[in-house]
Design a protein around this ligand. Structure first.
Ligand code: MN3
Length: 215
């Protein structure tokens, strides 16, 4: 089956005041929807037309060159946004605060403290020139921060190597494209990143960390 656009896992207004409803509606209903449509269009009639998106990204190096960029951008965009929605939750429910347990220990072990981790992750997002993402990845048992351009992501690393900008298993990611924040924050990307911490779903990130640590 071709890719489909799943509904947001919460109402579009659920992340307010940190992320406004209109931004969520356009981001999900227009931007993410377009990645789904364009990925399906590019993959139609190829052996990947019914493949899971993770398989498509891992196979990017074998996808015919004539559609490779379209697949990289749009299947990448589809995976990235599906992942991103799942990492957030309303601030009065599961969102915000600090991680606990094994994830908290791993973050302290890798970065010294949660505060230092937030600083470094925020800097990776703020420092990404143009459009892209910042990621926290589990790589060979260690947590690492990195960033990618456009809709590239760590899942592409096996196919396109260092061009992906990141390796490992992503357990957290933030969209720093202007469309993710411009309506509410205009050019203030750092303010958006600062507010976004209030809606991070750490229980979801912990699950991804535990799954990644098992290999
Ligand atoms: Mn986006």
């Amino acid at each position: 089956m071709p890719f489909t656009l799943a509904p947001l896992p919460y109402p579009a207004a659920a992340l307010e005041p940190h992320i406004d409803a209109r931004t969520m509606e356009i981001h999900h209903g227009k931007h993410h929807a377009a990645y789904v449509t364009n990925a399906n269009k590019a993959l139609e009639g190829t052996p990947w037309a019914n493949a899971p998106v993770e398989k498509v990204l891992a196979d990017l190096g074998q996808v015919p060159e004539v559609i490779r960029n379209a697949v990289r951008n749009n299947a990448g965009g589809h995976w990235n946004h599906s992942f991103f929605w799942s990492l957030m939750a309303p601030a009065n429910a599961k969102g915000g605060g600090e991680p606990t347990g094994a994830l908290a220990s791993a973050i302290t072990g890798a970065f010294g403290s949660f505060a230092t981790f937030k600083e470094k992750f925020g800097a990776a997002g703020a420092g990404r020139f143009g459009s892209g993402w910042a990621w926290l990845c589990l790589s060979r048992g260690t947590l690492e921060i990195c960033s990618t351009a456009n809709q590239d992501n760590p899942l592409m690393h096996s196919a396109i190597g260092a061009a992906a900008g990141c390796a490992g298993t992503p357990i957290l990611g933030i969209d720093v494209w202007e469309h993710a924040y411009y309506l509410h924050y205009q050019n203030r990307r750092a303010d958006y990143i600062g507010a976004w911490w209030n809606v991070v779903n750490w229980s979801r990130v912990s699950e991804l960390f535990a799954a990644g640590a098992k290999g």
